[in-house]
Write a protein that binds this ligand. Structure first.
Ligand code: CTP
Length: 399
């Protein structure tokens, strides 16, 4: 469950920092990718060298790399992580987190993090009992952060009571349980297409389109993150998948995309055709480079097979088929027509006329239409977040 999960461990100045090496070891053994961010005070309790060695990553403390002055982006860090875990969380850091103070890299990363945040307090009995600490913990929980409550026992001061950081094994179990909640598609076979196709005119020229592939890649990653077995058939693109469990098949032409998709179609539960497949291809590609002449150049094009329509015709019960529609006019009625004609279960409509939507940009604004013609309109979002909405909707309807 933790394989390839990206986890930031924020370490603060508490004696319980001595448990962090075991925690990192357990997480990396499960295949998690761990990035440690320490507060300056934490370095007095456990060495950055130990944590860097165990996590296999340099430990980050300063917003600038002291060796080369390079800026370390807390925003990128916050967006990279699937989970941020602050362990141990000292009373001081809890107070700063609760009141939005951002005077070190751990705190700026916390404020920028888009992922779920867990915090495991560790402090002496009286500090833990203090009303300010209780208030800060309550405040942090009200923001949606998850408390990993301290346990009772003997504390470093010699006092006995609540304040011991939860044991690393139990923290790993809590994170595993968290990720298993998102394990929506275990064993489901999913086929996603992405990117443009290129149709050769001659050996050096082709007919293509502006599809970047971002949307399809984000959908493939989201399915894989949630337990599906994903095959991604992609046209030419610079995109990379994040999840290395995805089987990627690179194609160039509409015919190659058709062949690759149809090879997997029969044994697939969910199909999402996000590719911008060429509708026409040159009747015959010239074997040599076409030379310029004085007159006009006419190209004769023939229709390609509509892969999605072919799938709609062959769909068996239990298969769930999703198409995209890119429309510049009569958007809803055209999308509904495609939904019916291609026998889809869901269509995702996007309009290049919406600002910030469709080809070549990182954002998209979509309306999803289900087979009973119910419409669901979404705000302009990052394609990564649109992918979550699409996969959530499929989960609701198909699983
Ligand atoms: N599609 C396909 N095979 C094609 C063309 C399109 O599988 N040869 C799929 C796309 O992947 C997309 C859906 O069909 O999921 C709709 O594509 P779009 O280009 O919007 O519509 P078309 O059906 O091609 O119609 P038109 O271009 O006339 O709007």
């Amino acid at each position: 469950m933790l394989k390839d999960k990206k986890i930031i461990i924020g370490v603060t100045g508490s004696i319980a920092a001595f448990k962090v090496p075991s925690l990192i070891r357990l997480l990396t053994k499960e295949g998690a990718l761990v990035q440690v961010v320490m507060t300056p005070a934490a370095r007095d309790f456990v060495t950055p060298l130990t944590l860097a060695t165990l996590s296999g990553q340099p430990v980050l403390t300063e917003p600038f790399n002291p060796d080369n002055g390079e800026w370390i982006s807390h925003v990128e860090l916050g967006q990279w992580a699937d989970v941020m875990l602050i362990a141990p969380a000292s009373a001081n850091t809890l107070g700063k987190m609760a009141s939005g103070i951002a005077d070190n890299l751990l705190l700026t990363t916390y404020l920028a993090a888009k992922c779920p945040v867990f915090f495991a307090p560790a402090m002496d009995l009286d500090m833990f009992r203090h009303p300010t600490t209780a208030m800060n913990i309550e405040e942090l929980q009200s923001f949606g952060n998850h408390l990993i409550a301290p346990t009772e026992g003997e504390l470093a001061s010699g006092l006995c009571g609540a304040g011991r950081m939860e044991e690393p094994e139990n923290i790993v179990n809590i994170l595993t349980e968290h990720f298993s909640k998102y394990w929506d598609f275990p064993g489901k076979k999913v086929l996603v297409s992405a990117g443009p196709t290129h149709e050769a005119i001659d050996p050096v020229r082709f007919i293509g389109n502006h599809s970047s592939g971002l949307m399809g890649f984000a959908i493939a990653d989201e399915f894989a993150e949630r337990g599906a077995e994903v095959v991604l058939v992609t046209g030419p693109t610079n995109c990379q998948v994040s999840n290395d469990g995805i089987k990627r098949i690179d194609v160039v032409t509409a015919k190659e995309m058709q062949d690759a998709c149809m090879e997997y179609f029969e044994h697939t539960d969910i199909i999402v055709m996000a590719a911008a497949v060429a509708d026409y291809t040159p009747l015959k590609a010239a074997p040599e480079k076409i030379k310029k002449t004085d007159g006009e150049l006419k190209l004769t094009l023939k229709k390609t097979t509509d892969i999605l329509a072919e799938m709609g015709g062959k769909k068996k019960s239990g298969q769930f088929l999703v198409g995209f529609a890119l429309e510049t006019e009569n958007q809803l009625s055209n999308a509904e027509k495609k939904l019916k004609n291609k026998k889809l279960d869901l269509i995702v409509l996007n309009s290049p006329k919406d600002q910030g939507a469709a080809f070549g940009v990182e954002t998209n604004k979509v309306t999803m239409i289900t087979s009973d013609l119910k419409q669901f309109e979404y705000d302009l979002k990052l394609k990564l977040d649109v992918a979550i909405d699409i996969v959530d909707k499929i989960k609701e309807l198909a699983v």
